[in-house]
Design a protein around this ligand. Sequence first.
Ligand code: UTP
Length: 470
Amino acid sequence: MPTTPTLAETKQRLERTGQQHLIAFWETLDDARREQLLGAIARLPLEHLGSMMSQAASLSKPAAADIRPVRPYLRTMADADKYRAIGDDLVRRGKVAAFIVAGGQGTRLGWKGPKGTFPATPVAGKPLFRVFAEQILAAERAYGVRIPWFVMTSEANHHETERFFEDNRWFGRPRGDTMLFVQGMLPSVSTAGAVLLDQAWEPAINPDGHGGSLKALRQAGALDHMSASGIEHLCYFQVDNPNVHVIDPLFLGLHVAAPDSSAEMSSKSVLKRDVTEKVGVFVKAPRLMVLEYSDAPREVSEARDPDGSITYGEGSIAIHVIGVDFIRKLTDHPLGSVLPWHRAIKKVPFVDPATGTRAEPAEPNAIKLESFVFDALAEAEGPIVLRTDRVEEFAPIKNATGEDSPATSRALQVERAVRWLREAGVRVPCHANGQPDCTVEISPLTARGPEDLRRNPPQKSIAAGSETLL
Ligand code: UTP
């Protein structure tokens, strides 16, 4: 392990990089805090901050004239069964692992613990991590294979996340089949370029974005582990979507065998609800990319085809399959990955180096740098998009109330469960307006889709007004 630089070495480095204020309170700190501060400064990429910030500031958006729509694959495509069988085979042969990014700060939801511990399901109130673990367990049983699960956390939530998995006995899966690792952090910087102090002995830092997951996989030794155990593809998903199909054979089959795919990276989309929905969309400009809602010129976000359909309607839902070799290629880079930096201007509390008082800014005062995993699409050869169904696969929990909240997610989870039950011939009571007159939840261990229910119907009908856990 490298030794912590001395005060003299640190001073020189801070002078060289214009960040001397980081040791403004040195004289007031005890030995333990001093050690902590030197260690924290040693981890900051001070020499690269200037170039990262200017790269982020100069990030260009594609011009409307250069943007073209994407033609996605559809779940209803003619030879879906052929690709599904290819995906099944891949899973059965142990070529696939699950990968969740759970290092975010979850500020909008405001839940006190890691977001994966949030009770998300409509009847049992199962935490998100349990929903995903049960899906993986169900797939392991169905395929007769072990499916490793990689879980990315951040410095801020790692220990709590680990404790949660431990307290839940790793959700009934062998301990060694879940690998937790921490993502990188970056300093939060004032608009003038000075690294902020969160405490007199601690620079303010933030996770480096879900794009940091690729570098973190490599640094944690996860890529070597995968190569050693024959894993070739990662099913990437976020912590906030309980309806995700973690292991989807059709998606995997298309990823490895569609004529225009080179199995580097593939993504799922859902059709935008309407032109004003604030969601990033897949476009070609000329390479496949996600055009964020805020970056989309109006003539793009509002464009319609002659038949009235939304021209740029393939909304990104942050579900990807990523090739392990592709991640290796992307992370062969001195700064850890080739992904571009984006900047967000946020409110970050800080200790004023002049006065020593800690301020809670009323207005955004700091730049946070992040990278986004979907930027890897532009680096991929032959990336493809599979359009899926919104209710079937997308019930995000982002905000405490309103859109994309626990309430809307629960409603979507119930809607999907009702749909599966009806498809399987189970009678579900409904109100005059067509809304289900019951709250149902289907455990991933009971069914992974309507086919499982059809094979093994749980009951003939659901009681009106009931809360039913299947
Ligand atoms: P979000 O964009 O929703 O961000 O993350 P967030 O930090 O979780 O939430 P807010 O914006 O503070 O409310 C999308 C997914 O990416 C993960 C999150 O955990 C979530 O699964 N993520 C995000 C990371 O793993 N690391 C990051 O640095 C950022």
